[in-house]
Design a protein around this ligand. Structure first.
Ligand code: SF4
Ligand code: SF4
Length: 389
């Protein structure tokens, strides 16, 4: 059995968030259950990119600060924080999302996330080494502070995917090219979690993100914090909270299969506040299975593939031709490039080449890229059956 603690919390009022997180951690046995004062502890929030803290995109500073307070009270003072953003330097993103101010007030340094080293992981199933940020290598323990959000590639993103930011710099993009669909990518995430073994996972779901996540979606109050030492159980609980079948979320499926954690309801002990009162069946998320869009079978159907599989689409009216989408495409021969359309430079896809990693959609600052499922795909590919092929 894995314990998952649900804390109802309806605002980012500092004291309320602190009391909520303290109560949640106490239910799990107290902070000393997870870390010791002698250890160098990395706080790993979601710092995907510069966004307003109310956007629901990044871990809120109030959650970050509550965890810092808890650790300081337990005499854990060797703290460091950081993430490898999808766009922008860690220093700038930390400033923009409100974490740098909190860290400064508590004397906590931003770790080194722009460079790192290759670290062997012989037990890995998908890879035998990860390019880890230097601070991740130098830390004794990780506390993972994820955000509750939707995701174009894996339906939702939460506790498991949060560790992807421990891979530094351009290696994140390269990983998308190397693990080019949701299923292989998820196995890589599971390996990464098995290697890093964060001690405690806290998900910020006070204001979550629905719709076109993980960066261009809509903020929505889900009024909760979810805590556990099991990232699979947290993500499965998040999925159930938004009426999404956890078997449609590849990191959950892969994580449960490979012993990272548990997914079945009867293996998860829900503690804390009432879970049912937090369920939101109207939460906007694609409730269809994830299918491998790069299977041999589909690639043989090169010319019909684009009428069947999900794909990123540019909404021209919103585009400001900034180029972030083109820059973020991880392929050596990019699958998106500018084209002159009516006197304007508009990014245009080469869908035959595109691996559907959705980095472009993730990095667009204008919400100008959406993921669309073709009608025929809904009929023939993404039928509501099983989440894994
Ligand atoms: S065009 Fe977008 S979805 Fe396609 S491979 Fe490039 S970044 Fe990924
Ligand atoms: S990132 Fe968005 S706004 Fe910028 S060029 Fe691409 S589609 Fe347009």
């Amino acid at each position: 059995m894995s314990k998952v603690v649900i804390i109802r919390c309806e605002s980012y009022d500092k004291e309320q968030v602190y009391q909520g997180i303290k109560r949640g951690v106490d239910i799990l046995g107290g902070i000393r259950q997870f870390v010791a004062p002698s250890e160098k502890i990395l706080l790993k929030p979601n710092m995907l990119r510069s966004k307003k803290m109310e956007s629901g995109c990044t871990t809120h500073p109030a959650v970050f600060e509550a965890v810092i307070r808890l650790l300081e009270e337990a005499n854990c003072t060797r703290l460091v924080y950081g993430d490898s953003p999808g766009m922008g330097a860690p220093e700038k993103v930390a400033q923009d999302v409100g974490l740098a101010g909190v860290a400064k007030a508590h004397g906590i340094p931003l770790g080194v996330f722009s460079k790192g080293q290759s670290v062997a992981f012989p037990k890995g199933k998908s890879t035998k080494a990860f390019e880890l940020a230097q601070t991740v290598i130098d830390s004794d323990a990780i506390i993972s502070l994820s955000k509750m959000k939707t995701h174009g590639l894996t339906r939702i993103t939460g506790a498991i995917k949060n560790q992807f930011g421990c891979v530094y710099g351009f290696n994140k993009g390269a990983s998308h090219a190397r693990f080019p669909d949701a299923l292989t990518f998820s196995n890589m995430l599971v390996d990464l979690n098995l290697m890093l073994k964060p001690r405690l996972f806290i998900m910020d779901g006070i204001i979550a993100m629905e719709g076109n996540g993980p960066a261009s979606g809509t903020p929505i109050p889900m009024n909760c914090l979810i805590l556990s030492d099991d990232p699979v159980a947290i993500d499965a609980t998040f999925a159930r909270m938004v009426a999404l079948d956890p078997s449609y979320v590849p990191p959950i499926v892969a994580g449960a299969k490979r012993g990272l954690g548990v997914c079945d309801e009867d293996q998860i002990m829900l503690l804390g506040d009432d879970f049912k009162s937090l369920i939101n069946r109207d939460f906007s998320v694609e409730r269809i299975p994830v299918k491998s869009e790069n299977t041999i079978a589909l690639s043989r159907l090169k010319y019909v593939r684009n009428f069947l599989t999900r794909k990123p689409v540019v909404i021209k009216e919103r585009c400001i031709s900034c180029g972030a989408c083109v820059a973020s495409c991880p392929l050596e021969e990019k699958a998106i490039a500018f084209r002159e359309v009516g006197g304007r430079r508009i990014p245009t896809y080469n869908y035959h080449r595109c691996i559907r990693c959705y980095c472009c959609q993730e990095m667009c600052p204008q919400k100008a890229i959406v993921v669309k499922t073709p009608f025929l795909g809904k009929l023939f590919i993404y039928r509501k059956s099983s989440g894994e092929e």
